[in-house]
Design a protein around this ligand. Structure first.
Ligand SMILES: [Fe+2]
Length: 234
């Protein structure tokens, strides 16, 4: 892999969401159940709205990417006979924190979460399919595997989740490794000019920043403690 991508990977991982106080508290079992449920409610929107808008890039994407992209979207939005859709898994994880389905499902999308569908659709409307993909796959899914690996164990250990209830988290360990790998491959293959590389880096930083700030919004509202916020530094 070229130096540019190695450097970007290192830059993104320096402020990974696994350093967020929400994650630290979740690992320790001290995060309030209501905060955990609220996080899952927001996760639902990142699928029903965020991932849905990523479908806007299917017509623009090169043919070799169309099938894999559509397959990934299908798993997220529809699921398979073995694994429910990811938005249903997020609802299930929120209920397992001790709340009714209607309660978790009725919680509104926070403005910090809405940055996800809004940014992805804005990129897609400008024909910037690679930036939309990079926002999700490089900016978010790449670091989400480590988060989910820890979270899957923590919710079972500290919050009494069954394996099935923790499936939102455990399903993302393998799935997002594949998705982020695809993102890195597409970026390295299609961002061949300095201008395009800068644009992909910006999109990836926007994704990581949105994801971090969504956790800060949920944490501050639920725990009534301050959390650090990130901004995109270009
Ligand atoms: Fe997912």
């Amino acid at each position: 892999m070229e130096t540019f991508w190695v450097d970007l990977k290192a830059e993104l991982s320096r402020r990974s969401v696994t350093e967020h106080p929400l994650y630290v508290d979740l690992m320790a079992g001290t995060l309030r159940r209501a905060t955990l449920a609220e996080l899952c409610a927001q996760f639902k929107y990142t699928v029903t709205d965020g991932i849905s808008y990523l479908a806007l890039i299917v017509p623009q994407a090169p043919r070799e990417l169309k099938k894999e992209l559509a397959e990934n979207l299908y798993g997220e939005l529809t699921g398979t006979p073995q694994v429910p859709s990811h938005w249903e898994l997020a609802l299930r994880a929120g209920m397992a924190a001790g709340f009714a389905r209607e309660d978790v499902d009725a919680r509104p999308m926070r403005p910090e979460t809405k940055v996800y569908p809004d940014t992805v659709s804005a990129y897609a409307m400008r024909g910037a399919w690679l930036e939309a993909l990079s926002f999700v796959a490089i900016g978010i899914e790449d670091m989400f595997t480590t988060f989910c690996d820890g979270a899957a164990r923590a919710v079972q250990k500290h919050y009494g989740y069954s394996e099935a209830e923790a499936l939102y988290f455990s399903a993302h360990v393998g799935a997002d490794e594949d998705h982020s790998q695809l993102g890195w491959e597409m970026a390295a293959h299609h961002a061949t000019t300095d201008e395009k590389r800068r644009s992909v880096r910006r999109a990836a930083l926007e994704g990581r920043t949105m994801w971090w700030n969504m956790h800060s919004a949920v944490y501050e509202a639920g725990e009534r403690k301050a959390a650090p916020w990130q901004r995109v530094e270009l």
